[in-house]
Ligand binder design. Structure first.
Ligand code: COI
Length: 329
């Protein structure tokens, strides 16, 4: 079976070579740096499987062409699957999976953003560059004294809860499918979403982007939160209504905001756009605030996670063929 991997980056090359060498007999793989698109899809003639990540948008049109070309397996080597039209893929009879690389890199990043937001690191670092060593406005808060709401207790939310346990804060968790072991854990309480909004000093989002979760944090949700609430988003930009966030920061309802993802970040994040005119007004506006910290979708970007994404992403093709893939969607 011929496999084509899209979006290969230089930092993935070593893992790609290892995973290619580890494929069972009868499989071969080659790779290109570009995402899969209407412009290059015809080069897939003769391939039965593809490995993609989030820039390869599997729209209904692309899926229809994949079906015509005889592609039967799609492995997406990231956790989020909002770039895939799942109903179209399933209707086309194409098998599809994502991957669950170790969640600790993303969880560590979320904890880092929490601490940076609470200790006002953005203005502190800015000020150091201009010889302003004053304390004014830099009074921080301690995680230990706070109630932290964790939305979503899948792999990543659970790892965040594990780390938060070491800080001694009270943890409220929300998930439509609560995990029994977490529910039984001291210091963790599953609550409804409204209760989580009402009682949390800091809220961190770890839910997948789906129709049911798009803009889950909107003006109505924010109105239910505590004054001065701190919000952390390392999941997907479209989980929040960015206009509502801007209003909340401007009105000081929201005390701090840290996001590794942004609505319509495609074509911006992971690119060098230094000399371009970028048209994402919300991003340009939001990032000016001293209490808003934006990073460029790098929570996943660790040595461990990159290796795992590539190796699992490729190994998942024979795993799907043999019916032993644990992350089929
Ligand atoms: C994910 O795995 O879902 C990520 O956000 C990483 C990124 C490469 C898409």
């Amino acid at each position: 079976m011929k496999i084509k991997l899209y979006e290969l980056r230089p930092d993935e090359q070593a893992a790609f070579s290892r995973a290619a060498a580890a494929l069972p007999d009868g499989y071969s793989i080659d790779a290109v740096a570009e995402p899969l698109s209407a412009d290059n899809i015809d080069a897939l003639a003769g391939y039965e499987a593809i490995v993609i990540t989030n820039k390869s948008l599997l729209t209904a049109d692309i899926v229809a062409r994949l079906q015509q070309l005889g592609v039967r397996y799609v492995s997406s080597r990231c956790v989020g699957f909002n770039h895939i039209d799942l109903p179209a893929v399933k209707a086309a009879g194409i098998r599809v999976c994502n991957t669950t690389y170790p969640p600790y890199g993303v969880a560590e990043f979320a904890i880092m953003l929490m601490l940076m937001a609470l200790r006002k690191c953005k203005p502190a670092i800015w000020r150091m560059q201009v010889n302003d060593y004053s304390l004014e406005g830099l009074l921080g808060r301690e995680l230990r004294t706070m109630t932290v709401g964790v939305m979503g207790t899948g792999h990543i939310g659970r790892a965040v809860i594990d780390y938060l346990g070491g800080f001694g804060c009270k943890i409220l968790a929300y998930d439509p499918y609560p995990a029994q072991d977490l529910a039984a854990r001291e210091g963790v309480e599953y609550v409804g979403l409204d209760d989580l909004y009402r009682d949390s000093d800091l809220i961190t989002i770890h839910v997948p982007l789906m129709d049911s979760t798009r803009n889950i944090i909107d003006a109505g949700a924010i109105a239910k939160m505590k004054d001065g609430v701190v919000l952390i988003n390392v999941s997907r930009g479209e989980l929040v209504d960015t206009d509502a966030l801007i209003d909340a920061v401007e009105s000081e309802k929201m005390g701090a905001l840290a996001m590794d993802v942004f609505e319509d970040e495609g074509g911006i994040y992971h690119e060098n756009r230094m000399n371009d005119i970028i048209s994402n007004r919300k991003m340009a506006y939001l990032r000016q605030f001293p209490n808003v910290l934006l990073t460029n979708h790098i929570a996943f970007y660790t040595d461990v996670d990159v290796d795992s994404m590539v190796e699992d992403g490729i190994a998942n093709i024979p795993a799907m063929v043999e019916g032993r893939c644990t992350t089929e969607l």
